[in-house]
Write a protein that binds this ligand. Structure first.
Ligand code: CTP
Length: 404
């Protein structure tokens, strides 16, 4: 897969008790491959030292107009031009008010005027300050100019009050920022994804399941969100439960029967793209015992009956219509050549537009995957091993090409 230039994030830190959390946000972006530089306000320095950011990011921190980073360079303009995205976290009421009115009496405010990059604000303040009509009006003004806001969380605030005003956590700030940076090719599109294993009850304490981690479907949900889609993720038991952007609608199911019900109901709302990444159990115990089955004979059998094939049912409902664009997954255990053959067979049997094939040994319990992409029309593409996030990007690139 092609190596991309690292995303450049300019982190603006303003005066709020939550300023210490900006260090964690810087780390979070860096761990995900971004280069982070920091501009810090005078009042933020009362809460956290610029040295913290210098040490964490390995980059000089811009603190004032009079301490430019390179002799002869105008530091704040150079930074405004350098950034792919500007993230103000925490954004204080004062910073939001000044930005809304075009003030430029600090390096960060000047950067907010000078930059052409997307801007994201993550507010943090006392609940009454946040809910004050003036602050809300300032937020509306900035929103109308294209600034993105990460909604603050609710809970106990450092000032002693309870309510909205807590700085959103690093993963939320990151997801919202990545969505603001785009690409925006799925804006206005609705994407329905299933992932994870199902569990078929034998009795109240036992079940039949499989080794699916659900990570591939989670990566697809994150990628669809990043591209601007409205995303619903129907998932079986996932451990650990993944952190997802708060606006991804999560629906948790246990059995194949529940998954079928949730998927078919949602398909009725005609989503644009449906991806069946779930590892659905093909069989369930014909009768789940209502009490725990006690140990008895040396051998015993469990009678199984087939679960309906959800992808086939969705494929039948779709018929010859282009919508939804239907994607299925297939996991096999043979050779890569056998995989492609089997995936082709499943593609036509299930009336999918695209099947993604992977081998169990490449995928289960892993953060990476190696897949073959078999579209109904067009050539088969085989990828190298890459992180599931990169594979998800590739899958949506292909869906974009196939639906042009
Ligand atoms: N699938 C489904 N409902 C099922 C079984 C599978 O919707 N009861 C979907 C999966 O989500 C996946 C695709 O069908 O998108 C292929 O699943 P897979 O288990 O590889 O194929 P099967 O048709 O079950 O064939 P087999 O297990 O014999 O390989």
């Amino acid at each position: 897969m092609t190596k991309r230039r690292r995303t450049r994030i300019l982190l603006g830190v303003t005066g709020s008790i939550a300023a210490y959390k900006a260090a964690e946000i810087a780390r979070y972006f860096m761990k995900r491959g971004c280069v982070v530089r920091t501009v810090i306000s005078e009042s933020a320095e009362k809460f956290i030292s610029s040295l913290t950011f210098e040490s964490l990011t390995g980059q000089p921190v811009l603190r004032s107009f009079w301490e430019e980073t390179k002799p002869g360079a105008i530091g704040h303009i150079a930074l405004a031009d350098w950034a792919d995205g500007v993230v103000v976290a925490p954004a204080s009421a004062d910073c939001i008010a000044k930005a809304a009115h075009g003030f430029a009496d600090s390096p960060l405010l000047a950067i907010l005027l000078a930059t052409r990059a997307p801007i994201v604000f993550a507010p943090a303040m006392n609940v009454n300050m946040f809910e004050h009509p003036q602050t809300q009006e300032n937020i509306d003004t900035l929103r109308a100019r294209g600034v993105t806001f990460v909604d603050p969380g609710s809970g106990s605030l450092a000032c002693g009050w309870k309510g909205r005003g807590r700085l959103a956590d690093a993963s939320e700030v990151y997801s919202v920022t990545m969505r603001a940076l785009g690409p925006h090719d799925l804006i206005g599109k609705r994407v329905l994804i299933s992932t994870g294993p199902t569990r078929e009850a034998i009795d109240p304490v036992r079940f039949i399941s499989n080794r699916s981690s659900g990570k591939m479907g989670v990566a697809l949900a994150r990628e669809a969100y990043r591209r601007g889609a409205t995303v619903t993720l129907v998932h079986g038991p996932l451990s650990p439960s993944p952190r997802l952007p708060t606006t991804i609608h999560r629906v948790s199911i246990t059995s194949a029967t529940e998954l079928r019900e949730e998927m078919l109901r949602r398909v009725e709302d005609s989503p644009d793209i449906v991806i069946m990444a779930a590892a659905v159990a093909d069989y369930r115990p014909a009768q789940a015992a209502s009490e725990k089955i006690k140990k008895s004979a040396a051998r015993r059998a469990i009678e199984l009956e087939a679960n309906p094939d959800i992808l086939v049912e969705i494929g039948e409902r779709k018929g010859g219509s282009p919508k939804p664009f239907l994607v299925g997954f297939a996991v096999e255990t043979g050779t890569p050549e056998e995989l492609v053959e089997e995936v082709r067979r499943k593609l036509s049997r299930k009336n999918a537009d695209l099947m993604v094939g992977n081998l169990a040994q490449d995928s289960f319990d892993k953060d990476t995957n190696r897949v073959c992409l078999v579209p109904r029309r067009g050539d088969t593409i085989s990828t190298d091993t890459a992180r599931k996030s990169a594979v998800a990007r590739k899958i949506f690139d292909l869906i974009g090409d196939l639906t042009k």
